[in-house]
Ligand binder design. Structure first.
Ligand code: AR6
Length: 177
């Protein structure tokens, strides 16, 4: 699914965040220590190789809502932007902290003159955020930034299953009929 608003294209696809070879920066659903782990973080660290953890060590710890940038090492992407999402039911207000992740990631991408970025559904795995509520925060936050972007031209949401993708498509259609 694809939609162009102004000169920015938004996409929702099913896939693996570590297989987005045409994208300059991928976003990690990180932990505070910026270590490997399960889910997205585990996949990114495995694909990037041990140098990623070495660079991350100097940037950790981070707080919920924060974003930091590293190189992509063995990934096909130039950069990884690591975001710490809220743990649902613990880090409050969840929606504002989650929005901060997307906002901070976009701000960093613009600072680094990045043309394309791919986001996983931050906080919706181990951190327990309901997918439909998280999708609404993600899409509304990103869409609200589009008119002020100087460098980003492609923003992709990478969902891990068909059912997650259909939730994103449904929320997308509700926000931009
Ligand atoms: N590509 C795209 N999406 C994925 C992938 C992948 N390779 N793997 C999982 N997902 P999670 P969180 C989906 O748990 O909730 C880690 O251990 C998954 O289905 O990766 O922010 C960290 O170290 C879900 O929809 O991130 C932290 O401790 C979404 O990505 C903690 O988990 C996010 O799932 C972060 O938890």
């Amino acid at each position: 699914m694809q939609k162009t608003i102004g000169n920015v294209t938004l996409e929702c696809v099913k896939g693996d965040i570590t297989s987005q070879a045409d994208i300059t920066a991928i976003v990690n659903a990180a932990n505070a220590q910026l270590r490997s782990g399960g889910g997205v973080a585990g996949a990114i660290h495995r694909a990037a190789g041990p140098e990623l953890e070495r660079q991350c060590r100097r940037l950790a710890p981070i707080q919920p809502g924060d974003a930091v940038i590293t190189k992509g090492f063995n990934l096909p992407n130039k950069y990884v932007i690591h975001c710490l999402g809220p743990v649902f039911g613990v880090d409050k207000p969840e929606d504002q902290i989650l929005a901060k992740c997307y906002n901070n990631a976009i701000t960093l991408a613009e600072e680094y003159k990045i043309d394309s970025i791919a986001f996983p559904a931050i906080s919706t795995g181990i951190f327990g955020y309901p997918l439909d509520a998280a999708a609404e925060v993600a899409l509304r936050t990103v869409i609200s930034r589009i008119s002020q972007l100087d460098y980003l031209r492609l923003i992709r949401f990478v969902l891990f299953s068909d059912s997650d993708l259909s939730v994103y498509k449904k929320i997308f259609a509700q926000i931009i009929p």
